[in-house]
Write a protein of this length. Structure first.
Length: 323
């Protein structure tokens, strides 16, 4: 007897973001068994079955209302509204989520996590959301163990993902969890994305080196940025700033929010990231230019900062350099 496909129901709420709304259908809908049979049945619903406005300049019409959630094996909540966090569970959303059976697997994409949080589904659990909203999620829902660095969190029957593309990562992860790497890899090839991405959100957060001002530790910081390829001591930085080491350390905390040593390490990592993205220099040469000395040291610092190796980072941003 043929086994029924796993039913995935995507809940489209008012203001849904079209890109994220389409991810589950594209990923789960592309998963096929050995005989070409669909492994998932993906349907989309709205709370009342009527059209909803999207975050773009058009509305969408669907064929189902929230009653189909009662038959769901997996429920997906994409981001909606203007992506500002919701404070509480609205009556409409509460009614839409009510048909979901206990134990049903439920996942959010991006700031859809706020809907799960408002429903109490993330209480006492690890979770993530878009890095820009992670602090707000933690503030509003202190019972959640928010991890702002990862691409997604799999906590068994409740899963959350970070920004938009992390929804693809999470859907592929579930295909892999349900049916193995071969099926997930085949889906990834179909949509021309990597089967998995190393690291977390930290590698995608742009942190441009600030322009130093002509005050405080700024002259020392400006000098240091031009000499990252060599060892720089606290006493040398203090001399450049015309301060004692103690005063320099205090002023660094006041002006940049961290110690001189931590600031230097961050600038070295940022320089290494820039060189990995924009040049084909060997990793050991990049390590020397960024002041890490050895490729081993660079690897350790980069992994500590963003969770990936130099080669994995280069593969993400400059795959042709490794071809």
């Amino acid at each position: 007897m043929a086994r029924s496909p796993h039913r995935v129901v995507v809940l489209a709420l008012d203001g849904v973001i079209p890109f994220e709304l389409g991810i589950p259908g594209r990923i789960f809908g592309g998963a096929r068994g050995p005989d070409g049979e669909p492994l998932y049945d993906v349907v989309t619903c709205t709370p009342d079955g009527g059209p909803v406005r999207t975050h773009a300049d058009f509305s969408i019409a669907v064929d189902h209302d929230a009653s189909v959630l009662a038959d769901a094996d997996t429920v997906v909540v994409p981001p909606f509204g203007d992506c500002r966090p919701i404070d509480r569970l609205s009556e409409e959303l509460a009614a839409a989520l009510a048909p979901i059976r206990p134990g049903t697997r439920i996942m959010s994409i991006c700031t859809g996590s706020f809907a799960l949080a408002a429903a109490g589904l993330l209480d006492g659990r690890p979770a993530t959301t878009h890095w820009n909203e992670a602090a707000e999620l933690q503030r509003r829902y202190p019972r959640i163990r928010v991890d702002p660095d990862v691409l997604f969190v799999d906590d068994g029957d409740v899963l959350t993902s970070a920004g938009a593309a992390s929804g693809i990562d999470l859907c592929l992860h579930l295909v892999r969890r349900d049916h193995g790497s071969e099926v997930a890899n085949r889906v990834a090839r179909q949509v021309v994305v990597p089967p998995w991405r190393d690291g977390g959100q930290a590698q995608y957060i742009e942190r441009p080196v600030p322009e130093p001002h002509d005050a405080g530790t700024a002259p020392a910081r400006s000098w240091a940025l031009e000499h990252l390829d060599r060892p720089i001591s606290l006493s040398e930085l203090a001399a450049r700033a015309g301060m004692s080491v103690r005063t320099l350390t205090r002023r660094f905390h006041e002006e940049v929010g961290m110690s001189p040593g931590r600031w230097l390490a961050r600038q070295r990592v940022e320089l290494a990231r820039h060189l990995l993205e924009t040049t084909d220099l060997p990793v050991d040469q990049i390590a020397r230019r960024a002041g890490f000395g050895t490729a081993v040291s660079l690897r350790q610092h980069l992994h500590a900062a963003i969770g990936v190796s130099p080669l994995a980072y280069r593969r993400t941003f400059q795959p042709e350099a490794l071809a």
